[in-house]
Design a protein around this ligand. Structure first.
Ligand code: FAD
Length: 569
């Protein structure tokens, strides 16, 4: 088969805040250099036309971007000091911070907001909109952006040097045969490839495994955030108010918390984060969120409102100890793919933007030196250490580990860390975190009999007004995938599903997936069950790849353009 090859200097995989900032900054550095050489202000040769491309699997830039989000503007200000004048879509400056502890019936407002949850000087944003705007800024500056182009495979040379990326084929039917509209993916060859795929990037995961980039590091751990936007009938929740909650509905052994942000036009942004290192095999992050909304305080807030959008996405929360090596020959890793999110503040937009800028500076130097080896690109990792990113992560390095001993000790540990600059002793000391799926207990070890969900979610009903089942919610994520294509969720051994997994965990994929992708169905009157994969529902959150207890689910990119459309999220 003939495959087209296109040559670029730099290819950014993923059009998120990290890579768009990187492409924008690199383009600007090159232009400034070339102008300075042309004006005689700088010695040395100009760099000439440097070809930069950004590829994105979503149908548009921002389509797959879901976040909270309260943004610390520190990095955006460094990237573009006049971002407000340039029309950055900001919902509102944060005007007030509330911190609530929820018991089953009460909402108790803390008289003080814990320092990490103070958001004065920050902005509430729709990261979907902000990312789309960053994409426009890149295009105005002359950067090529290619939506609907998933990076399907990294290209390596004989010495394991990354030399580009192959995009996904189009027009393959569900049996693997070519359709009339078949188009093979293109080989985009590049001197440097930058992986900014967000949490649990599919290419990043393979690269880390292949080159051992996590050697001596901890396993990354994740959370999942499930979110809805609601249209309220009145101004009961002011724009600019930020509320964070702890407590209900999580049990004390499960890491989790909620958020409520006031956006423009009476839109309430509400969501719930659950740690993907939970122990209860019957836990369902989507059900946790639905239950969250039944709390009297929240139900009252939503009364008479209308749910208009839904989505879910994972967050890498391992932090300082779980950061992989971020460079190798011909490749750099940015943003959430590099594990740069501060889990204590649940903030990663600022570090993603900054990491993109630092990657751009290292690539610029590499272009000047015409050296794209790991030895040269190592400067990027050093610059992460020297910038404010790694010091910020160091200060909260033991935050998540503290919650392994339950909510209360986790809070005490978080408080102590504030005074010790991240150091922890004794029972709070950092332990080697194991991958989150290993924390899940078997049904019998948890004391469950059978798989009746009511054992955890007694009384939770989906009424279609306040609470929604997954299928209804997925409809509000505007997900679209051509159904006549191979499933992009590769389950390596489906025999386990109806046997071992059913007995040991009651098929937790049916619960941890927030989009009803996995379903155990009866096999035509035989009394046996088999796994059905409703891949067209997939919201690209990657939870299945992370949380499957046997690690036999591989999330790969579907045909370009497929997936959610997270407008306004
Ligand atoms: C529920 C939730 C709440 C959050 N709240 C906040 C908050 O309040 N404040 C804050 O600062 N941060 C918050 N974050 C974190 C923040 O959203 C991330 O840190 C930030 O988005 C990371 O940016 P990124 O560019 O690294 O990755 P992403 O934003 O994930 O972007 C990655 C892009 O790459 C694309 N992509 C992935 N793989 C491929 C591929 N193989 N080929 C082509 N394209 C690909 C994706 O479609 C996506 O567009 C939150 C995150 C979540 C999930």
């Amino acid at each position: 088969m003939e495959r087209e090859t296109l040559d670029f200097d730099v290819v950014f995989v993923g059009a998120g805040p990290a890579n768009l900032s990187g492409a924008f900054h690199l383009n600007r550095l090159i232009k400034a250099h070339n102008d300075a050489v042309a004006n005689g202000q700088k010695a040395g040769p100009a760099l000439g036309d440097i070809e930069i491309a950004v590829i994105e699997k979503g149908s548009t830039v921002g389509a797959h971007i879901l976040s909270g989000a309260v943004m610390d503007p520190r990095a955006l200000r460094e990237l573009m000091p006049d971002f407000e004048e340039q029309g950055a879509p900001l919902e509102s400056p944060v005007k007030e911070d509330f911190f609530l502890y929820l018991t089953a019936k009460q909402a108790i407002r803390s008289p003080i907001t814990p320092p990490p949850l103070k958001n004065h000087g920050y902005y509430i944003v729709s990261l979907n909109r902000l990312t789309a705007w960053l994409g426009e800024k890149c295009e105005e500056a002359g950067v090529n952006i290619f939506p609907e182009f998933p990076g399907a495979e990294l290209l390596f040379d004989d010495s394991d040097r990354v030399v580009g990326v192959r995009t996904g084929d189009k027009g393959i039917d569900k049996d693997g045969k070519k359709k009339a509209n078949y188009e093979p993916g293109v080989d985009l060859r590049a001197k440097v490839t930058v992986l900014g795929e967000g949490p649990r990037g599919s290419l990043t995961k393979k690269l880390i495994e292949r080159l051992g980039l996590d050697e001596g590091k901890e396993r990354q751990v994740y959370s999942i955030g499930v979110k809805e936007l609601w249209e309220l009938p009145d101004d009961r929740y002011p724009v600019g108010r930020v509320t964070h909650t702890l407590g209900f509905p999580s049990d004390t052994q499960t890491y989790g918390g909620g958020w409520i942000y006031g956006m423009q036009n009476r839109i309430l942004n509400i969501g719930y984060v659950t740690g993907l290192d939970y122990r209860d095999p019957l836990l369902d992050p989507h059900a946790e969120f639905q239950r969250y909304k039944t709390h009297p305080y929240i139900a009252k807030l939503l009364e008479g409102g209308k749910m208009i959008r839904y989505g879910a996405k994972t967050v890498a929360i391992g932090g300082y100890f779980a950061m992989p090596r971020t460079f190798a020959d011909g490749v750099l890793i940015t943003g959430d793919s590099a594990g740069l999110l501060n889990s204590q503040r649940l903030k990663g937009i600022h570090s993603a933007i900054k990491s993109g800028m630092l990657a751009a500076e290292s690539i610029f130097q590499a272009l000047l030196d015409q050296d794209f080896s790991a030895t040269q690109l190592k400067g990027y990792e050093q610059s992460l250490q020297d910038s404010w990113i790694v010091p910020e992560l160091r200060k909260v390095r033991n935050f998540h580990a503290g919650f392994k001993r339950g909510r209360w000790l986790g809070i005490v540990n978080a408080g102590l860390q504030f005074f010790t600059g991240g150091r922890a002793w004794g029972i709070f000391d950092h332990e080697k975190a194991q991958a989150g799926h290993l924390e899940m207990k078997k049904l019998s070890a948890y004391g469950y009999r059978g798989d009746r969900l009511e054992q955890r979610y007694d009384g939770l009903k989906f009424d279609g007004k306040l609470t929604f089942n997954k299928v209804t919610d997925v409809y509000h994520a505007a997900v679209g995938h051509d159904e006549d294509q191979p499933a992009h969720l590769h389950v390596l051994d489906t025999n386990i599903c109806a046997t071992r997994c059913a007995e040991e965990y009651a098929n937790p994929c049916q619960r941890f997936c927030p989009a009803a992708v996995y379903e155990m169905v009866d096999e035509g009157g035989t009394g046996k069950k088999r796994l059905q994969i409703n891949f067209s529902n997939c919201v690209h959150c990657k939870t299945c790849d992370i949380m499957d207890p046997y690690q036999i689910i591989n999330w790969v990119t579907p045909e370009g353009g497929g997936g959610p459309d997270y407008k306004g999220m």
